[in-house]
Design a binder for this molecule. Structure first.
Ligand SMILES: Cc1cc2nc3c(=O)[nH]c(=O)nc-3n(C[C@H](O)[C@H](O)[C@H](O)COP(=O)(O)O)c2cc1C
Length: 171
């Protein structure tokens, strides 16, 4: 993979995340890592902290094993894949790393680099540093029907905003 400047990125975040999905991964070789599929998230810009304003926002429900790693680590990665990985992503989104080595099961290859983990098969990797975490609150919903639709069990996501520290694309 080769590093590019975040401003060179050419993609549509709505279809990339919402339709093609991504893997949220945190952890490393020494202390373990976990990954899960996500189709909710944002890519954008806020704060300009430390000269970096490009940010990702991810939403992780409390019961996800991956959340333990995202909470523990300073970094998380977002991995996007070429066509042909739908089945693997679906598997990683319906099974928990608590119960099995699901990465080995789907045949993805973890790359332990930059103090975090991403996947060799990805064609785009964003390495992100956590800046902010906050729970989605029921009282914050202006359209209350979303609570019934998306949170029948009241398992509100935690939202994380991370600065995009590094962008890698397949060569
Ligand atoms: C297409 C798809 C999108 C998903 N998006 C999210 C998401 O944005 N946030 C979330 O908390 N869970 C999401 N999930 C559910 C997790 O990926 C799933 O619960 C996974 O098994 C968690 O694995 P873990 O326990 O190993 O962390 C999604 C699942 C699928 C299939």
């Amino acid at each position: 993979m080769k590093e590019i400047n975040v401003k060179e990125l050419q993609m549509n975040p709505m279809t990339l995340i919402g339709n093609e999905w991504m893997l949220i991964t945190a952890g490393n070789e020494e202390n373990g890592y976990n990954t899960m599929t996500a189709s909710w998230g944002h890519l954008g810009s806020i704060w300009g902290h430390g000269g970096k304003s490009a940010t990702s926002t991810i939403f992780v429900r409390p019961q996800r094993y991956t959340k333990e790693f995202v909470d523990r680590e300073e970094l998380y990665t977002l991995c996007f894949f070429p066509e042909g990985y739908r089945e693997q992503l679906a598997y990683l989104g319906f099974h928990s790393g608590r119960d099995e080595d699901k990465v080995a099961k789907v045949g993805l290859t973890p790359v332990f680099s930059d103090g975090t983990t991403y996947f060799k098969e990805a064609n785009l990797v964003l390495i992100c540093k956590k800046l902010y975490r906050a729970p989605i609150l029921e009282e914050g919903f202006i359209d209350k029907s979303i609570v019934d639709d998306c949170y029948p069990d009241k398992d509100f996501h935690d939202m994380y905003i991370g600065s995009i520290e590094k962008v890698l694309i397949a060569e």
